[in-house]
Design a binder for this molecule. Structure first.
Ligand code: MG
Length: 402
């Protein structure tokens, strides 16, 4: 039975951002948007088959910058509604064609949900129509009179704080949400309440992690500090360079940074001869001591004839990911008299960003002529040099000899 995940990120919660209009799910903690952390927890979980995110009407560009393009597992986002309930229904309808057996619904504001909690909620759905992550109440609860005087002390023995993910058998929760919408109910604040209203049995699964909800600016700052200090203690920084040259031949376009650019010549090479992506691939391989592009994709192998060079870049990025690494930024300088690079800079950033999962501000694209000097000055070819910085778990490498 497959399990899908629906991450709810349609809220306008700008309270955490003060006067800024940036919804808090796009605020960065540990160098990544809050939403990225929440989505990654599910897209990286081996029991989750599909992930869809419900986003705000105006957040399409923000979503794409934060999460990137759709993949087989990560479906295109859906536009949510005015209330959390309507956003969830929109997400469930989008998942319906995939016919998952179970679905986990999660708030984007909980970026630290653990893989263990996700697994436990999924497992509980074997025995119950619904199961939600929750924490037994530690504080004593008081009911206040209108004047702020304690009217009653509540028995806390059986009280829990509801969290997310909230998991359900898919068909049951879709039907419950459709019925609730049809009945005009709009004030149900979580999905368990929708399920309860339909008489479904919902189990409580104790969350043992630190699955906190980030609400205020202070919450975000504390989470950012926590992530950054964890990263700084466990990770080491690696920087490496790459360089590539291809000569001109008869033709009418060149490939630079994954972008096809009309030109008086083409660049000669076994692949598409994209010097920018080749230099970048070598820089990335350099950060993990993994040789160079020719070592991984021998020019003698006919398989790579005419190959689009994003394949090489993707391979280098996958090797870094496989070591638990994260690319921080990349930077390229193109040496050429022509073509002009400026008009194509943002297209190159978009293409490289798509392959590496980086935002444009982490991708430097610069160009210079060589004042008519040397082989690039004589317009015999184009050269590119690149630098990449990655964070790598310190234990994953050979280790320091110190
Ligand atoms: Mg090359």
């Amino acid at each position: 039975m497959t399990t899908a995940a629906l991450v709810v990120a349609a809220g306008r919660g700008t309270r955490a951002q003060g006067t800024s209009s940036l919804p808090k799910q796009y605020a960065e903690i540990g160098g990544r948007p809050l939403l990225w952390h929440a989505v990654s927890a599910f897209s990286g979980h081996n029991l989750i088959s599909h992930v869809v995110v419900a986003i705000g009407t105006d957040d399409g560009a923000r979503y794409e910058a934060a999460i990137g393009q759709a993949t087989a597992k990560l479906r295109p986002p859906v536009i949510g509604g005015a209330t959390r309930q309507s956003s969830v229904l929109a997400g469930l309808e989008a998942l319906a064609t995939l016919q998952p057996g179970k679905v986990l619904i999660h708030d984007a504001a909980r970026p630290f949900v653990s893989a263990e909690t996700i697994s436990r909620v999924i497992a509980a759905l074997d025995d119950h129509a619904g199961a939600i992550a929750a924490v037994p109440l530690a504080d004593t609860l008081k009911r206040a009179s209108p004047s702020g005087i304690i009217a009653e002390t509540l028995e806390r023995g059986n009280l829990w704080r509801a969290q997310t993910p909230q998991g359900f058998r898919f068909a049951s929760i879709l039907e419950a949400h459709r019925q609730a919408a049809a009945a005009g109910l709009t004030g149900l604040t979580d999905d368990a309440a929708v399920a309860e209203w339909r008489g479904l049995e919902v189990a409580l699964v104790e969350d043992l992690g630190s699955n906190v909800k980030l609400t205020t600016a202070d919450d975000l700052a504390a989470a950012d500090l926590k992530l950054r200090s964890a990263m700084a203690t466990g990770m080491e920084t690696r920087t490496a360079s790459g360089f590539d040259v291809h000569r001109f031949a008869d033709g009418d376009h060149v490939w630079l940074g994954g972008v096809r650019i009309a030109h008086t010549h083409r660049l000669e090479g076994h692949s598409d001869a994209d010097v920018v992506l080749h230099a970048l691939t070598d820089a990335l391989l350099g950060t993990i001591g993994a040789g160079d592009i020719g070592h991984h994709f021998p020019p003698s192998d006919p398989k790579w004839k005419g190959a689009p060079s994003h394949i090489f870049l993707d391979h280098a990025a996958a090797l870094i990911r496989a070591r638990g690494g994260r690319i921080v930024n990349v930077d390229v300088t193109i040496l050429a008299e022509a073509p002009k690079v400026g008009p194509h800079r943002s297209a190159m950033q978009a293409e490289i960003g798509r392959v590496l999962g980086l935002s444009a501000d982490r991708i430097g694209i610069k160009a210079t002529t060589t004042e008519g000097l040397g082989f690039t000055g004589r317009r015999e070819g184009i050269a590119a040099m690149a630098t990449a910085t990655v964070l790598l778990p310190a234990a994953a490498g050979e280790g320091s000899t110190a």
